[in-house]
Every structure is written in C-alpha cells, then in structure tokens.
Design a binder for this molecule. Sequence first.
Ligand SMILES: [Fe+2]
Ligand SMILES: [Fe+2]
Length: 297
Amino acid sequence: MLVVHLAMRGRTDNPTGRMEMSFSPEAPPTYVAPTRVDADTWVIHQVQQALGAPLTVYLNSMIIAGSQPAIIDTGSPNNRTQWLEDVFGIVEPGDVRWVFLSHDDSDHTGNLAEVMEACPNAVLVCSWAIVERFSNAFRFPLERCRWLNDGESLQIGDRTILAVRPPVYDSPATRGFLDQRTGVYWAVDAFATPCPGGPVPTVADLDPTFWAEGMAMFINHALSPWIGLVDRGRYGAQLDRVSALGVSSIATAHSPLITSSSVDDAFALLRRLPDMQVPPAPDQSTLDLILAAASAA
Ligand SMILES: [Fe+2]
Ligand SMILES: [Fe+2]
C-alpha cells in the first residue's frame, strides 16, 4: 500500500490527457494530537510514512506555555495548516516571546517565516551557524535574533534553559536544551527511531529489540553516519555530560516520548550505537523493487 502511495503521489491529470508531475510535498495522512509532557509543555506531532516499509516516523516540535511562551522548532511545510492550528491552539501568537530554532533542517524550519510573522513579539533564538547556513532560504531579522551557543543559558520568563548539544546530530548548528524548571530535555534529532506500523505514544510501547535496532538504523543511515568512527571515550564523555544534567524526560523530533522510566535505557542505547551492526542503507535495488511493485499494482 505504501508503494502504491509513493508511485501515485504528485500526479495530476490535465484536460489534454497528459500526466503532469508536481513536486509539492503532500500533507501527512496520519494525525496525532499534541501531547502534554509537563504542566505547561507540549509536543506537537507530525507523522511521516516510511518509504516502502510499514514504518512511521515522528517529526515533532514543542511548545513551552510558561510565563513567556516559547515555540521550539517550527515543523514541516507539508504539514503547515495542521501545525499552525495545533500550535496556536495552545498559545496565542501575540503572547509568544521566544522561537527556539535547533538547527537548519526543513523539518525544523518549515514554518519559520509564518511563525515570525504571526508572532511579532517573539525573539528568534538561533546562532551564527544557523544564520550562516540558512540565509539562502530565510532572511533572518537580526534585530530580533538572540544567538545562543552550546553551554550557555537563557532566561525565558519563569525558567532558565541551558543549551546542550545532543551527542548525535546531523547539522553543526544543532543545539538542544534542558528546561531547568521541568527537567524536559529537547534532544533535537537524537534518540531518533521509527515506529512499527502506526505511531506509539512512548518508547515504552516499542519492543526493546525493535527500539535498539530502529535507533541504530536511523542514526547510522539518516542522522550521524560518522557514529562508528568516534573515539569511544570522548563520545562517552558527551553522553555523561548530557545524562548528568538531571533529565526528567526527553522530547525529541523523531521518536515517541521518552518518559522518566525510559531515560536511562535511552542513554544506554545511544552508548551502544558506535559498535552496533546495521544492515546496509537501501540502495537502487530497493528503489527498483518499490517501483516494480507499484507498476504491478
Ligand atoms: Fe536534522
Ligand atoms: Fe529532524
């Protein structure tokens, strides 16, 4: 079914009978409502079907609805209508004081312009690296920017956030943060794993073997292909640094929620990653199979 979906998406018939192709992305077919992860902290969900496999992947962002509301990453362009509805169903645009941008990927910056226009009182928390790398796609209002580097803190109303780069990432601009009031850690792309079939609420709902193998596959082939090259001691020190922060739960873009009972297991999985064997990345033979199945359907 996924294969047929892949083959047909983007095609439209016109009155001449010729098939036209559109490269516009489609809105996701599956919806998961925002999840409350702490008293005033929400995860905004998007769900993406995996190509040619019965798997789904979250594309999450986050809201802190504290005394100075903050939007954490801005979702994807293909989910714009639903994402804006979810976000502004929780916070009023005029009340938003901070927009935190973790890095420059399209699933984190997809509605950045819309958010900055809708939220005139918001400061954009970003960095030199993000501005340098993403200025080809977005005109940064520098007078509204606050640059925050790894290890630095920022007071956002009733709480302080501490910028902490996660141990694995796919952009040198990446910065996560710990909310020092709630202990929620925004881990950006780290801890990424698919879900078998439809999305599940927490990683505790995943089979433990699937979780480990899914994380290894995702991080090796879609996030940090250098993971097998790292110095184990220095990588371990990074893990120690993050895990020692007193993280109460982990919200991350591409995983079900990692609640308090799963935090230690999640860090243990990250620690195993450099030495885990993973199957090769899907290649042209995989694409041939997908296209053959689509044409036979
Ligand atoms: Fe990314
Ligand atoms: Fe991402």
